[in-house]
Design a protein around this ligand. Structure first.
Ligand code: IMP
Ligand code: MG
Length: 177
């Protein structure tokens, strides 16, 4: 049996729902007639993506990409690669990347550079959460849900070593000991 770290609720289901609604309204306004491709970054964005697209009542496509950056721990290895790529053609399309969290920013910068090389008509980023105090490289977040302080968060898709993705709230993982 693995140990049970302490969790504290940071954002409740209701707060998440309201924030996802706010983001959907902003995205709807900008993409209504654009037939965009929304690219979710696996695995952390799957729950956010599922809730977000249900609120978008216009034609769009959904893709997922999987990158490797973090090992089992709480810090980025800094080495990022695509481990599961895209099936759709991105060239000439309006692309909106859906991310769970921007931390150091290395993962998303790598992905935005990777996508930019494929010559999309436009490329924007929607992130559910942002930890600006940890940034190592500048990142523009076009649609942002929550800003969080330098704490490790889990739940609503976000994991710690593959645990806690299924929590309906976003929680802070307290340091043990
Ligand atoms: P970075 O911006 O390159 O540091 O890495 C961002 C990625 O690291 C995210 O997509 C998450 O998968 C993971 N990550 C960073 N901070 C957290 C956190 O607080 N909780 C869970 N995952 C995190
Ligand atoms: Mg992760």
């Amino acid at each position: 049996m693995s140990s049970q770290p302490k969790l504290g609720i940071l954002f409740t289901c209701e707060e998440i729902e309201a924030t996802v609604k706010k983001l959907a309204a902003e995205i709807r306004q900008d993409y209504l007639s654009k037939h965009p491709i929304l690219i979710g970054v696996l695995k952390g964005s799957f729950m956010f993506m599922a809730d977000l697209i249900r609120l978008l009542d216009f034609p769009l496509e959904v893709e997922f990409i999987r990158l490797s950056s973090y090992g089992g721990g709480r810090k980025s290895s800094g080495k990022i690669k695509v481990v599961q790529g895209l099936r759709s053609e991105v060239k000439g399309r309006d692309v909106l990347v859906i991310e769970d969290i921007v931390d150091a920013g290395l993962t998303i910068s790598f992905l935005l550079d990777y996508l930019r090389k494929k010559k999309p008509a436009s490329l924007k980023l929607c992130a559910l959460t942002d930890k600006p105090s940890r940034r190592q490289t500048p990142v523009t977040i076009d649609y942002l849900g929550f800003t969080v302080s330098d704490k490790f968060i889990v739940g609503y898709g976000l994991d710690w070593d593959e645990r806690f993705r299924n929590l309906p709230n976003i929680c802070v993982l307290e340091d043990e000991g």
